[in-house]
Design a protein around this ligand. Structure first.
Ligand code: NA7
Length: 541
């Protein structure tokens, strides 16, 4: 057996979570090793290089806040940053803080077993490395395990085949080709308009239509950015504390993003539409926040959905295509709302066709295309934009065992259970960054990542100060938190969405609403209260 290297921390993943954790660990004088599957930093922004990939949170908000100098000197060029620009930013951060020295790339963690006798995590990798870590930090991302659909004959396809989230680094040529895209989630909705520009012919295979709102993306104006940056600290404060789930604010003056109305009750159709029209024009996922109870009140939700349906019918010329693009099987916002550039108008192009799989399902993929119940679509290229095994997929892909050899997969057989999304009872000294049970994917991930890392750092500092060697959460605290997360979710329309938030996109995955739906401000208050009460729910020894 190879000699085990010893570290204070082993961090799994070198995306934005792993990089910030590493930075803070170094600042504390701790030894750390990061293992990363890719050959560079960036996590989700390293892998997701499909055409049109960009963030759906605004660039000035979707960035680290920990170093005021970094945020002042880095220059974003567009309201919503493209994947290449975000990746360049991640690389810049790695260089600026000299992080690469501590990261082993092209290395996948295979197992992590807690050894009670020595109070250490034994970590093994697919490259044969073995290490012993006092703390294990899972920075594995919420959307990092691609979902490959179980469609008959998929492997028989003889044309080019790509998964949106595993896009080739050298790029892909569409011109003149007959391209098929399966899926109409955020990835597809970003990719379809770009592919359509050069493809000879594009067929979109849609099972469930999604709600999408215009991004109103634009180049950032230098003067505007300078004015915004004068108040950057104050903007960040709103992102962290506000109702806005940590997303950005287009305006120069920092302020809380508030809804235009508390409820749709008593609003005339004209007044209701005026609220949403303003937000439609302004662009972005803020659209949904027009009326405060959109995700709670069925009537408000139905009216907001109706507004988008009207927009789709106004934009898409072919009546049958417009009708097929209108989502009618889930409340708006209960699947992640998409933010697009020219998605609906793309269906007015002569080279773009929509196949409504609900009426004409896929029977199988053939060597030359897709066989539908009614007809065969000949293809040169097939793009799978079919999503991810979200939130738990990456954690469960590693053989993680806690006290008494308990496997995380067994503990989570009925769905994920955590305290605050940070720790799991029976898994001492192991933290998950943006784990299930925290705001994570319902928030600006940067805000949530920084908050979790800061919480972990505070916990480690406390342990250093008190000479404590082990921290875990109690079953009681975990049970209470799981009940609370469910209670919050059940007070909303989210559970009706049939989304990946619930695990509903993965056959056999337990249906549990995984993120914490109370918002980043409320969640931060809970965490601060936990710390103020001597880390209530955590047990130190
Ligand atoms: P999503 O949002 O999970 O979308 C996946 C899409 O793929 C969705 O339209 C699915 O339809 C479709 N899908 C999945 N399996 C199939 C099969 N077998 N046949 C036809 N269609 C299928 O993933 P994205 O990557 O777009 O976005 C994920 C997040 O990344 C996004 O929210 C942003 O946060 C970034 P379904 O709805 O299941 O009928």
């Amino acid at each position: 057996m190879a000699e085990r290297q010893q570290f204070d921390l082993v961090i799994v993943g070198a995306g934005f979570a792993g990089m910030y954790m590493l930075y803070k660990a170094r600042e504390m004088g701790l030894t750390a090793r990061v293992y990363e599957q890719g050959d560079d930093v960036g996590g989700t922004w390293y892998w997701n290089r499909y055409p049109g990939a960009r963030c759906d949170a605004e660039s000035l908000a979707y960035s680290y806040s920990f170093d005021p100098e970094l945020e002042q000197t880095w220059e974003w060029t567009e309201r919503y940053a493209t994947q290449p620009e975000i990746l360049t930013y991640a690389q810049h951060v790695a260089d600026r803080y000299d992080l690469r020295t501590y990261i082993h790339f092209n290395t996948r963690v295979a197992s992590a077993h807690y050894n009670e006798a020595v109070n250490r995590w034994q970590v093994t990798t697919d490259t044969g490395e073995e290490s012993l870590a006092h703390f294990l930090i899972m920075a594995t991302g919420c959307l990092s395990v691609p979902m490959v659909p179980d469609i008959d004959g998929l492997d028989s396809f003889e044309g080019e085949r790509y998964q949106a989230s595993m896009w080739p680094h050298e790029g892909v040529e569409f011109s003149g080709k007959r391209v098929g895209v399966i899926g109409t989630g955020s990835s597809a909705i970003q990719a379809i308009p770009v592919i359509a520009e050069t493809a000879g012919d594009l067929t979109v295979f849609q099972r469930t239509p999604n709600f999408s709102v215009p991004a109103a993306n634009a180049s950032l104006d230098d003067e505007w950015v300078d004015a915004f940056k004068k108040n950057y600290r104050e903007h960040r404060r709103y992102h962290k504390l506000g109702l806005s789930s940590g997303f950005g604010d287009l305006e120069i003056e920092p302020r809380e993003r508030t809804p235009d109305a508390e409820t749709s009750d008593g609003l005339t159709d004209e007044a209701f539409d005026a609220i949403f029209e303003k937000r439609w024009q302004r662009g972005g996922a803020f659209f949904l926040g027009g009326v405060a109870d959109t995700l709670i009140n069925e009537t408000t939700n139905r009216r907001a959905a109706g507004f988008v349906h009207k927009k789709i019918h106004e934009i898409v010329k072919d009546e049958a295509t417009a009708a097929a693009l209108c989502p009618d099987s889930h409340p708006i916002g209960t699947k992640r709302i998409c933010v697009d550039t020219d998605y609906y108008t793309t269906f007015n192009r002569n080279n773009v066709h929509l196949v409504n799989l609900r009426e004409n399902p896929i029977q199988r993929v053939t060597p030359t295309g897709v066989q539908l119940v009614d007809g065969h679509v000949d293809l040169d290229m097939l793009v799978l934009a079919t999503g991810f095994d979200a939130m738990t997929g990456a954690l469960l892909a590693i053989d993680i065992r806690g006290s008494n050899g308990q496997a995380l997969a067994d503990k989570w057989a009925e769905g994920p259970r955590t305290y605050l999304g940070l720790m799991m009872a029976g898994f001492p000294n192991m933290f998950a960054i943006t784990g299930p049970g925290s705001p994570s994917v319902l928030s600006n991930m940067m805000v949530s990542i920084e908050q979790h890392v800061d919480f972990i750092v505070d916990t480690l500092s406390r342990m250093q100060a008190k000479g404590e060697a082990r921290v875990e959460t109690s079953l009681q605290a975990e049970d209470g938190w799981v009940d609370h997360v469910n209670e919050v979710a059940n007070a909303t329309l989210f559970p009706e969405g049939g989304s990946w938030y619930l695990g509903a996109n993965i056959p056999g995955k337990p249906r549990v609403f995984m993120p914490y739906a109370a918002g980043v401000g409320a969640y931060r208050e809970v965490c601060e209260d936990v710390v103020a009460n001597d880390w209530r729910g955590f047990v130190f020894s």
